[in-house]
Design a protein around this ligand. Structure first.
Ligand code: ACO
Length: 322
């Protein structure tokens, strides 16, 4: 049977760091409130030249270098984003062009904060079906462009950035049984008005702003996240105590801690970067993964659970052996 093995990882952040203290110049907030409610200390905010595609390209180049590959080796590009450079063409083909790729194919996926989990599951399916051999999976966002900078309940929570992984096909017996082991995806559109953007091409004709019922999101988050993680554990036939690392979507430290506690996973096994990056939506998991791989925490052969929940609501988990 064909499996998908991660053979490269990369990340990219905008140059500008914005502290909680700096946000006090825009809205009535405080470093203490933001840290206590979310765990966020700072976020990276893109300037005009930095876009979702440029950040995605930089993360892709970093992942290619890490894998020792070139764009010629890639046959599919999947980009998870809710903040594309243009309504069309897809950010994936924009990045393809930036990388000098005119072969293969590419498309975007939109599942908001769960986008990376959806994208890596989709890429895995292409590889298992034999329709792609090496897939560049990118999560890239410029959520700062969607924020209402006068709304203190949302503007303090998000940041910009990009992360990328390269999946490649491995046959049974290759690569020490590394690769994607299980996945569980869910969505429930009855929650679509709890976290959304109040604009769009087909409605207002402008891009709109992010709106959120924060408490409603919080109320559902831990239950939804733990359900899909348990489904992935069941599919793989392993238990939480056998897990090497949990790499959650980085929205809020309290949601991360609540989920880990419910699953019986100690915080020493959880990768947390929300303090540094804030919520970068579809980019948050690959950014956190890249951090923990590059600093040596995640080691070859360890099991890693990725999970996310976001607007829609969408939610999902992917279990892999690194
Ligand atoms: N600074 C200071 N005070 C604030 C701020 C702020 N930035 N934002 C809100 N407040 C005030 C409110 O106005 C309110 O004041 P009031 O009591 O005088 O009316 C008070 O703080 C409490 O507000 P709540 O909304 O009840 O605060 P809560 O404890 O629920 O925390 C938060 C808000 C952090 C948004 C929380 O609900 C949360 O984390 N929700 C999850 C949302 C999330 O993570 N979304 C990300 C996208 S989805 C995802 O990625 C999972």
């Amino acid at each position: 049977m064909i499996r998908s093995v991660v053979c490269g990882i990369g990340s990219a952040l905008p140059k500008r760091v914005v502290s909680n203290e700096e946000l006090r110049q825009l809205v009535d907030t405080s470093d203490a409130w933001i840290q206590q409610r979310t765990g966020i200390r700072q976020r990276y905010i893109a300037d005009k030249q930095e876009t979702t595609a440029s950040l995605g390209e930089a993360a892709a180049r970093d992942a290619l270098e890490h894998a020792g590959l070139t764009p010629d080796d890639i046959d599919l590009v999947v980009v998870a984003t809710s903040t594309p450079d243009n309504t069309f063409p897809a950010t994936a083909v924009n990045i393809q062009n930036r990388l000098g790729m005119s072969h293969g194919f590419g498309f975007d996926m939109q599942a908001v904060c769960s986008g990376f989990v959806y994208a890596i599951t989709t890429a895995d399916n292409y590889i298992r079906a034999g329709r792609a051999r090496r897939v560049l999976v990118i999560g890239a966002e410029t959520f700062s462009r969607l924020l209402d900078w006068t709304d203190r309940t949302t503007c303090v929570l998000f940041g910009d950035g990009a992360g990328a992984v390269i999946l490649q096909a491995a046959e049974d017996g290759d690569d020490e049984e590394r690769g994607i082991i299980a996945a569980s995806l869910r969505s429930d559109g009855s929650h679509c008005h709890k976290l959304y953007v109040d604009g769009g091409v087909s409605t207002t004709g402008d891009i709109g702003h992010l709106r959120m019922e924060g408490r409603e999101v919080f109320k559902h988050a831990v239950g939804m996240i733990t359900d899909v993680i348990e489904a992935a554990f069941d599919e793989a036939g392993i238990t939480a105590d056998q897990l090497g690392w949990l790499v959650p979507h980085q929205a809020n430290r309290r949601i991360i801690e609540g989920s880990a506690k419910k699953l019986g996973i100690p915080m020493e096994k959880v990768v947390v970067t929300v303090d540094q990056h804030a919520n970068t939506s579809a980019a948050s998991i690959p950014l956190a993964l890249a951090t923990a791989v590059k600093d040596g925490r995640i080691k070859r052969g360890q099991t890693v659970m990725l999970e996310a929940m976001g607007g829609g609501f969408t939610w999902g988990a992917v279990l892999l052996r690194w």
